[in-house]
Design a protein around this ligand. Structure first.
Ligand code: ADP
Ligand code: ZN
Ligand code: ZN
Length: 719
């Protein structure tokens, strides 16, 4: 049998003896082993390759695919190839710088691929650090063993994933003495600890604790318990680069931590990944991407702020790290703790039904009262740059008392739009159906118009492009304009703006927050970035501007998100001293969301919202998937979705689902691409997926030969 020889690439194998690979054919057994390999290409299915010795599933391999070389992952061995044996290419090199990915990791990837209806290759490979999936790292003369060996500089590491705990790791610093738990925390601790050792097996808990109730302290104790048993801990947080405080505390208390988030350099990410995957790091603290790190001795998963939408990846594999964390814990029989002051309604409902253990902390840890929330009616107020007299008076009073205040507005830039006073022209992006936002630069002397959708940046016109009038004015306010106004209104005050623009450079967020914590700022002006997880010591007042904008957003989850966001931002106030207040300016003080906020009553809000969702058959009482299409012309996207809809309706599986009309997205055009979507909904998860599986095969065929790109999102957060 000569198939293997016939098909091996006659060119020099790129991976020589110096590369981290075993060159194809080196064993010379003459066998033909057919392998199903996952590749990160937008095609369904696995790809056949042949090798002359068996390769364990989970092993990375270098292969040629069309004109390219790629790194793929062996998924399975096959009896026979799906295509003609003579056309099957040989594997170019088996990369042995890492052991095969562990079986539980492969199971999770398999589940994710199935649940999110994506090809395996789009799951298995993109979740790895880039250097482990870039063929260039294994090619050419610089390939001195590949990135893993370069990161290691220690021989003999590739043989196995670490299964044993490192001896006396992380004991180089003296751990701070943990605080004595208060009564409520103690009860919660007993409950959660009981769950960790419960029979028949660990389960899931919702730790529902008001802001500042000391949830972190409980995570730390649970983690310490897992470490004492020689296990690893996965601690997921929504955004870590903004919360160096937590990293500092975790390091101080628990020692051996690997940190992972998107702002790391490639090398940093690889090293953190390797330390965690080999069991050298006992704690992995990270954002959603940390979920896909193999952890050989995983013993506890904590998802902090489980309601946070940043757990959902918004491109490629649109997974929910929270949901997959729950799956992973269940699969491994490892306890999972979901923590939040404002749980997602999905999680709340499960806890209420008894699927999750419900553990609550209703008071702040330091016995400080929650801040008083006041609704300031803007309908009858004389506004000065968007501020009511009440809010200005309160700011003045806090300044007088030497306390910090926070002005919260979820809109960055100087003004959301530029407008001509005489003809009504407004600044719009040429490539998107969106207004352009006025931004100030360099001490206010230079302005640009920026599109927040495509990133396009232009100089503002001097006169109206339509009528030539020179009276064009910024309309509305963003953080920069608020900062400017407050500077004029309170000349002695130190004002600090914290938003995506002010924190773009690496390290700038840390620098700004350390100023805040050192008391070098009197008034903070910030977007939602300031609200997440920060423990402010001196914050006495929070003023909320423009909350109503979110109240009437199209999305059915808008009130839930608004409630969570305002609870979070309110929760920053008065964490060390009493007498704190939150002023929410609104035209609609009677709205249920605001009334529930006034009384800090999450349960009341959640129950009302759930009742409404149940009546309307919305999640969590139904399950949804969103088919999206993108094309040059909206018509093509809509036509494609319309046909896809007809296909679904004609399928027997379609009977169990509601298939809505295809509609354009709210922002139809972004960077000259027009977008539309089609919502599919079913009462049961099973019914939804029973339709999706065969239907998406048809959708794939339907897209052939058209200039339409499509995608599927399961459990979409925004519709
Ligand atoms: P949460 O995560 O619930 O918002 P934190 O864990 O940040 O709350 O706790 C708020 C503050 O209370 C922190 O400064 C924390 O150190 C402190 N704290 C928590 N538990 C205790 C305790 N038992 N005794 C004293 N301080 C505590
Ligand atoms: Zn004009
Ligand atoms: Zn644009």
């Amino acid at each position: 049998m000569s198939t293997c020889e016939n098909t091996s690439d006659p060119e020099t194998p790129p991976a020589s003896a110096t590369a981290a690979g075993v060159p194809a054919g080196s064993a010379g057994t003459g066998q033909c082993i057919y392998l199903a390999v996952a590749l990160d290409v937008p095609l369904p299915g696995l790809f056949d390759y042949v090798h002359d010795v068996p390769v364990v599933p989970g092993t990375r391999v270098l292969v040629s695919f069309g004109p390219r070389r790629m790194i793929g992952m062996v998924w399975a061995q096959r009896e026979a190839p799906a295509i003609e044996a003579g056309r099957v290419k040989a594997i170019e090199a088996v990369l042995d710088d890492l052991p095969p990915m562990p079986a539980d990791w492969m199971r999770m990837a398999d589940f994710a691929a199935g649940y999110y209806h994506r090809p395996l290759g789009e799951v298995l490979l993109p979740v790895l650090p880039a250097s482990l999936r870039k063929p260039s790292a294994y090619l050419g003369p610089r390939a001195a063993g590949g990135p893993v060996r370069r990161a290691d500089r220690r021989p003999g590491r590739a043989r196995a994933w670490g299964g044993e705990s490192p001896a006396a790791a992380g004991t180089d610093t003296v751990a701070p003495i943990p605080p004595v738990l208060n009564a409520e925390q103690s009860a919660a601790w007993q409950d959660l600890r009981g769950m960790m050792s419960a029979q028949p097996g660990p389960g899931l808990a919702l730790l529902h604790g008001v802001t500042g109730s000391g949830k972190t302290e409980l995570y730390l104790r649970l983690a310490a318990e897992a470490l004492a048993q020689g296990r690893q801990v996965l601690l997921l947080v929504p955004e870590i680069n903004l919360t160096p405080q937590l990293e500092h505390i975790v390091r101080g208390r628990l020692g051996n931590v690997a940190v992972m988030h998107s702002k790391l350099s490639e090398g940093e990410r690889l090293r953190a990944w390797l330390r965690a995957a080999r069991g050298e790091a006992e704690i992995l603290l990270g954002t959603r991407l940390a979920l896909f790190v193999p952890l050989p001795r995983l013993g506890l998963i904590v998802v902090d702020e489980e309601h946070d939408t940043s757990y959902k990846q918004q491109e490629g594999l649109r997974y929910s790290a929270r949901d997959l964390a729950v799956w992973r814990g269940h699969d491994l029989g490892v306890p999972v703790v979901l923590g939040s002051a404002t749980p997602s309604l999905e999680t709340w409902r499960r806890a209420r039904r008894g699927d999750y253990r419900y553990v609550s902390l209703s008071r702040r840890a330091l016995a400080q009262p929650l801040p008083e929330v006041r609704l300031v009616d803007t309908r009858r107020a004389q506004l000065e740059q968007g501020f009511t007299p009440q809010l200005l008076t309160s700011l003045e009073a806090r300044l007088g008392q030497g306390e910090q205040s926070l002005v919260f507005i979820n809109r960055r830039g100087y003004a959301p739009v530029l407008r001509c006073a005489s003809c009504g022209w407004v600044s719009q992006c040429a490539r998107c159906t969106a207004y352009t936002v006025l931004h100030r630069h360099a001490g206010g002397r230079r302005h640009t118009l920026q599109c927040h959708h495509c990133g396009d940046c232009t100089a503002p016109p001097r006169a109206c492009p339509d009528c030539g009038d020179q009276d064009i004015q910024p309309m509305g306010r963003g953080t920069q304009r608020i900062e400017e106004f407050l500077g004029e209104r309170f000349p002695g005050a130190r004002i600090l703006r914290i938003d995506a623009d002010a924190t773009r450079r690496k390290g700038s967020a840390e620098a700004l927050f350390s100023k805040v914590h050192a008391g070098e700022a009197d008034i903070l002006v910030g977007t939602q970035m300031v609200s997440k997880g920060h423990d402010y010591a001196r914050l006495g007042l929070v003023g909320v501007l423009n909350a109503d904008a979110m109240l009437f957003a199209q999305d059915f989850r808008a009130p839930e998100r608004l409630f969570a966001q305002l609870m979070q931002v309110a929760g920053r106030a008065g964490r060390r001293a009493g007498g704190a207040e939150v002023l929410i300016q609104t035209d609609y003080p009677e709205q249920a969301v605001y009334q529930a906020l006034r009384t800090h009553d999450y349960a009341r809000f959640a129950e009302a919202a759930l009742a409404e969702r149940e009546e309307l058959g919305l999640p969590p009482f139904s399950h949804q998937a969103l088919l999206t299409a993108q094309a040059r012309h909206l018509r093509d996207a809509l036509d494609f979705l319309g046909e896809a809809r007809a296909v679904a309706q004609a399928m027997p599986e379609g009977a169990g689902a509601r298939i809505y009309d295809a509609v354009p997205l709210r922002v139809v055009r972004v960077a000259n691409i027009e977008r539309a979507q089609l919502l599919v909904e079913a009462d049961g998860r099973g019914a939804l997926h029973r339709l999706l599986r065969p239907w998406l095969v048809e959708v794939h065929d339907l897209a052939q030969g058209r200039s339409v790109r499509w995608g599927i999102e399961i459990d979409p957060l925004e519709i």
